[in-house]
Design a protein around this ligand. Structure first.
Ligand code: C2E
Ligand code: MG
Ligand code: MG
Length: 742
């Protein structure tokens, strides 16, 4: 016997839910090879009602005949089964087939036998789920009624439970199917399919979606899925449905937000947070859906799936659109590029448009206003390209991407768009953009490659001139590849083996006394190639390696100086170049301090060089860190001076010790009056601000003469000495025959 726990039964709010409609008879199969038994049973049960329903008897005279009957008849509730027929265990074999082969589990089996000696084993009774076992003699009229009543009650419960189980399983399947649907159209179709299998109906149906609460009765209602005669109505507004009654039923379902049963049709309502659905179904049988609980459960599940769909769609939207401008974002733009890549003859063009000095602008007017500038800019772009086959996206803070035929993306046109200032609030802001263009031809094989190419060209464009345009060429990609290779090699470099420092001597101009060295990093790759710092320092900065490399340089420079001092060379200092990325590193000051302690080098023997243009990039950060460096007693030099745009105010606040005038001015000093003037002005500036002034790149005695006139303090350049690998420095020093102590 099956055992049902209370919780199983709780699923059925109404335990006899799917019972046969009132007065449909219980069907009972009598199987016996003895005609007498059939007659007696017929007699005993004639006119009897059990559990409020009449009985209908079916008769079979052998196990085989019974099996045939069971194959074509449905809804048989109980079987009175003789054990001994064709063979001694024909009845038991049939019981086995009923449960295992025919899969009839609801059916109740009552075994009967003439001889008590043929009673089945207990385990057979439980294996075949036998309801009762009686000898024929025992089955008197009353006993037979009692046995059958018990069997039918048990059938009723098991059948109800199994029907509900199946429906629940169907609902779970339906839910699974609906959860996998990514858009509302496919979802609606799925609902229709699921309704079809859960509630078979034969005359077609419709799924109507309402997106917004509008005042007009049918506004916002669309037929998203349809079957049967309704199929041509897919995607049409509800008004296109000619059947007035059907329309009214659907509207009622939306208004009353519930299940409505009409004449020959019904409507199911599915509420949701973004969408509401009504399923309208034609039903030829004109029977209301019987099971309220299952219907509720189904509707509730569909609603939950509907909300799930809205959530997924919202997530997708956030994942693919920029919340500020509502333009597609970078991810979505990469997809668009991918779709346009295969398009040859002529290839589409990709343009990236970058707002010049946007960060400075944002710093001046505030983030909120800057956001408004971006929105205004988006509006201008949208207006300009509306109606054209151009896709727009916001791909980074102040960079916009465009894809379309070349003719629409002419540089001149893009720049003219910003000829007039941007009006934001009370402000009228002149804006310029730098652009890059990449033809999506056969050299570009992925969206990422396209975007990388665009940014490579953009970087070049910016280096040349803000407000300009650079069209991408394949040379750039070769350069890029070379840079990527170099980056990889740098990442795997063994500093102790591959790096070394060259020390370039620095001298006091008036008496030619050697004051110290600038430490310059050298990288010799394992294959022996020497890579100049101009080629790899910016890669190290870009790839986040400069902090580690910079620390290595500083430590090594200090250790070298220690060695020189230990060898007896006196009054020498060392200058180390430092990138602004290092200043950003929170461990920078600690690294300086630790190195000085470890090497026993005095802070005032060490100078750090910051290039002027870098120092001006993040002025507040630079001021702060340099102040602390200064506090430690380390000297500070402003490198490549004259090439940046230092304002005097900042220069004063920077509290530096030394200006290193860029070698381009020194090189031109005797040829260009302007360069000479700059070199002279810097010298005056230094005097006024009480700073030491050093000339870099001194190559000729003529230059020296001019520098002396101008009042320069110190010099460094090939005329005096090239950078010397540290390993050879002691020799060089000895050669110069500098007096040694002891
Ligand atoms: P810099 O700091 O301005 O260094 C001076 C550069 O000018 C050196 O080039 C030096 O070899 C070169 N130079 C010196 N005298 C003369 C001369 O008379 N004529 C000419 N034509 N050139 C001269 P180098 O070693 O190739 O370094 C280039 C740049 O790389 C450096 O410019 C510096 O900005 C950077 N750098 C070098 N080492 C490091 C380092 O350890 N860390 C960082 N962050 N940057 C470094
Ligand atoms: Mg330098
Ligand atoms: Mg320099």
């Amino acid at each position: 016997m099956q055992n049902h726990s209370d919780s199983d039964l709780l699923i059925l709010d109404n335990p006899d839910t799917p019972q046969p409609t009132p007065l449909s008879p219980w069907r009972i199969l009598v199987v016996d090879d003895d005609e007498e038994v059939h007659n007696a049973t017929r007699f005993a049960l004639s006119g009897v009602h059990l559990l409020g329903q009449p009985l209908e008897l079916l008769h079979a005279y052998s196990a085989r005949e019974a099996e045939q009957l069971l194959l074509c008849e449905t809804d048989i509730a109980a079987i009175l089964l003789d054990v001994v027929m064709e063979s001694n265990d024909a009845g038991l074999r049939l019981a086995e087939r009923i449960r295992h082969d025919l899969g009839l589990h609801d059916l109740r089996i009552v075994l009967r036998t003439g001889q008590p000696g043929y009673a089945p084993e207990v385990d057979v009774i439980s294996r075949y789920d036998i309801n009762d076992y009686r000898t024929k003699n025992e089955l008197t009229h009353d006993r037979l009624l009692a046995t059958l009543t018990a069997a039918l009650r048990s059938y009723q419960q098991i059948h109800a439970l199994n029907t509900t189980r199946q429906s629940l399983r169907n609902i779970i399947d339906a839910t699974r199917d609906l959860l996998s649907r990514g858009d509302i159209r496919s979802f609606a179709k799925g609902v229709l399919v699921q309704i079809n299998s859960l509630l078979p109906m034969n005359q077609g149906g419709l799924i109507v979606v309402r997106t917004q609460d509008e005042t007009h009765a049918t506004a916002g209602m669309h037929m998203l899925a349809a079957s049967g005669p309704f199929q041509p109505l897919i995607d049409r507004p509800l008004d296109a449905l000619n059947d007035r009654e059907a329309r009214a039923l659907i509207q009622r379902a939306f208004v009353e937000q519930s299940y409505i049963h009409g004449v020959g049709a019904y409507a199911l309502f599915f509420p949701g947070s973004s969408y509401q659905l009504v399923a309208y179904l034609h039903d030829s049988q004109d029977e209301p859906i019987e099971d309220d609980d299952l219907r509720h459960l189904f509707c509730r599940n569909v609603s939950l799936c509907l909300d799930h769909l809205s959530l997924i769609q919202r997530l997708q939207h956030t994942a693919l659109y920029d919340p500020l401008t509502s333009l597609p974002n970078r991810t979505s733009f990469l997809d668009t590029i991918e779709q346009h890549i295969g398009q040859r003859d002529p290839p589409e063009h990709l343009a990236v448009l970058d707002v010049d000095h946007f960060n400075t602008l944002a710093g001046t007017i505030g983030t909120e206003m800057a956001d408004r500038v971006l929105c205004a800019l988006t509006k201008r772009l949208r207006a300009a390209f509306s109606g054209e086959p151009v896709h727009l996206a916001r791909i980074a803070g102040d960079s916009f991407g465009l894809i379309g035929p070349e003719i629409y993306l002419q540089p001149q046109r893009m720049h003219t768009l910003f000829a007039n200032p941007m009006e934001v609030g009370d402000l009228s802001l002149p804006i310029s953009v730098t652009t890059s263009i990449v033809p999506l031809d056969e050299h570009i094989d992925s969206s990422l490659a396209a975007l990388t190419a665009a940014f490579t060209a953009l970087k070049l464009a910016k280096q040349r001139r803000r407000g300009g345009t650079q069209v991408y060429t394949n040379d750039m990609s070769r350069e890029q590849l070379a840079r990527i290779t170099l980056m990889h090699e740098l990442r795997t470099a063994d500093y102790a083996r591959d790096f070394f420092l060259a020390f370039q001597p620095q001298f006091r101009l008036i008496d030619g006394v050697l004051t110290g060295f600038e430490a310059l990093l050298r990288w010799r790759k394992p294959d022996g190639t020497l890579v100049p710092p101009g080629q790899f320092i910016h890669i190290a900065e870009y790839a986040g390696m400069i902090v580690r490399i910079g620390a290595w340089v500083f430590e090594t420079a200090c250790r070298h100086l220690r060695q020189l001092l230990d060898e007896g060379w006196r009054d020498l200092g060392v200058s180390v170049n430092v990138s602004v990325e290092q200043l950003r590193d929170p461990g920078f000051l600690l690294m300086l301090e630790r190195t000085l302690t470890d090497t026993g080098i005095k802070a005032r023997s060490v100078e750090i060089e910051i290039t002027e243009s870098m120092a001006m990039q993040e002025i507040e950060l630079t001021l702060d860190v340099l102040e602390r460096v200064k506090g430690m007693g380390i000297r500070i030099a402003l490198d490549d001076f004259g090439t940046g745009f230092s304002s005097l105010a900042y220069l004063q606040r920077l509290n530096i010790d030394r200006l290193k005038v860029d070698r381009s001015f020194i090189a031109e000093i005797s040829r260009s009056a302007q360069s000479a003037r700059i070199a002279e002005t810097v010298a005056q500036l230094g005097r006024q601000m009480n700073l030491e002034v050093l000339a870099e790149g001194v190559e000729t005695p003529d230059q020296v003469a001019r520098l002396v006139q101008m009042g320069y303090h110190s010099v460094q350049g090939f005329l005096y000495a090239k950078p010397i690998a540290f390993a050879e420095l002691s020799n060089w020093l000895t050669e110069r025959d500098k007096p040694r102590e002891h």
